[in-house]
Design a protein around this ligand. Structure first.
Ligand SMILES: [Zn+2]
Length: 154
């Protein structure tokens, strides 16, 4: 039954392409995730406007002290074989292609100190903390804030 064979090959390809197309900005090679994703939050109206909110809507959200997560953007640490170290990157995911053949483009940016603050409320003077250090600090931050970040207009 040739159809069955075709299906199998198709599935295998799909599995292989599950690896996200995220590359080292220096070397252009695949990099492997070594952390979870840490969402980014907007803390200024301007950041929301840059991402397509109207000025009025952005000001309302900020005035309500709502923390708005930035959709499709996060911090994640990756290991690069050629860098021989893991680094934190600001990843932006964008859909591309057609609805029938959907794919994603990942933009990989070096993390600025402003972004560290957006993700954690903590500034990292040394710029690129180790994965363990960041995870510990993030866990502390979350326990201080509780779940207030995620409540919308109650
Ligand atoms: Zn590299």
């Amino acid at each position: 039954m040739p159809e069955v064979k075709l299906h199998r090959r198709c599935n295998r390809n799909r599995n292989r392409s599950k690896r996200r197309a995220i590359y080292c900005p220096t070397h252009g090679c695949y990099i492997d995730s070594v952390s979870q994703k840490y969402p980014l939050f907007a803390d200024r109206a301007g950041q929301l406007q840059q991402r397509g909110f109207s000025r009025q809507k952005a000001l309302i959200l900020m005035a309500a002290k709502t923390t708005v997560s930035l959709e499709g953007e996060w911090l994640e640490a990756f290991w690069c074989d050629q860098c021989q170290q893991s680094k934190w990157y600001h990843v932006k995911k964008r859909a591309s292609g057609t609805p029938k053949k959907e794919s994603c483009i990942y933009e990989v940016l070096v993390v600025s100190s402003e972004l560290w603050q957006q993700a954690t409320g903590v500034i990292y003077p040394e710029g690129n903390p180790s994965v363990g250090e960041f995870t510990r600090r993030h866990a502390r931050m979350v326990s201080y804030n509780g779940s207030k970040d995620f409540q919308f207009g109650d």
